[in-house]
Design a protein. Structure first.
Length: 244
């Protein structure tokens, strides 16, 4: 069972301005985001990552570039981990969107939320976004397993709502609960997909101690959780701020 690092892009000009970027072109990292991406590459450089998949948008590619360089890899672009298609909401201020009825649906029953069609950008539902993102990472994980074996580590650089949906699926949560998950810019969440289930090793991590996410051969071959919780890959590493 390979280990997936789910990485949100660094802070962008849209994040700082409080607008919903969506698939708008030309939305790159701001100065804070570029620093976050550089520090993230330093933080993760020692991990034996074998593949980097990224959303094809500018902000995710700018975050993925220093990571891929640190690992000596090329970035594989995949729209399956691309941003949710927000349609007519794209590019609008969040403070204005928060006044609309659809905003309440997104907060209370996101599985029922369908973004409005627009002339400039395609739209989709949050449920459709979740389905294609989960399918993409599970398919890619199977490809990594076939190519590199069960101890492989790979990375996917994506977006906040997309990562929250993938994590919710891995936790066995209904999509209506995905707003309980927090995914900050440049954070790392860690998932494994044993046969028939998923294991979440960390969510929204910003610490530095990541050695424990690389599985031993024995752990990689196991499809079951540990009764009693187990000792951890690193022999009892602390969790919380120092976890990924």
């Amino acid at each position: 069972m390979p280990t997936l690092l789910l990485i949100r892009h660094g802070r962008t000009t849209a994040n700082a301005a409080g607008t919903l970027a969506g698939w708008s072109p030309g939305i790159g990292l701001d100065e804070v985001g570029r620093d976050q991406a550089a520090r993230l590459a330093e933080r993760l450089a020692a991990l034996p990552v074998c593949r980097v998949v990224a959303s094809p948008l500018q902000r995710t590619l700018e975050t993925a570039a220093p990571l891929a360089a640190a690992w000596g890899l090329e970035v594989v672009q995949d729209e399956g981990v691309g941003e949710c298609r927000y349609g007519a909401w794209t590019g609008r201020p969040l403070k204005d969107l928060a006044q609309e009825e659809l905003w309440k649906v997104i907060q209370r029953a996101p599985s029922a939320a369908v973004f409005p069609a627009g002339d400039d950008y395609p739209h989709e539902s949050l449920a459709a976004m979740s389905a294609r993102a989960v399918e993409t990472v599970r398919r890619a994980d199977a490809d990594v397993l076939a190519a590199y074996g069960p101890t492989a580590v790979w990375a996917a650089v994506s977006h906040g709502d997309v990562i929250k949906a993938i994590v919710a699926d891995a936790l066995g949560m209904h999509l209506d609960q995905f707003q309980r998950i927090v995914v900050d810019p440049a954070s790392v969440s860690v998932i494994r997909y044993p046969v028939g289930q998923a294991m979440v090793l960390g969510v929204n991590g910003s610490g530095t101690d990541l050695e424990g996410i690389v599985p031993t051969q024995q752990e990689a071959q196991s499809d079951e959780g540990q009764v009693g919780g187990g000792a951890g890959s690193g022999g009892g590493q602390p969790q919380g701020e120092d976890a990924p």
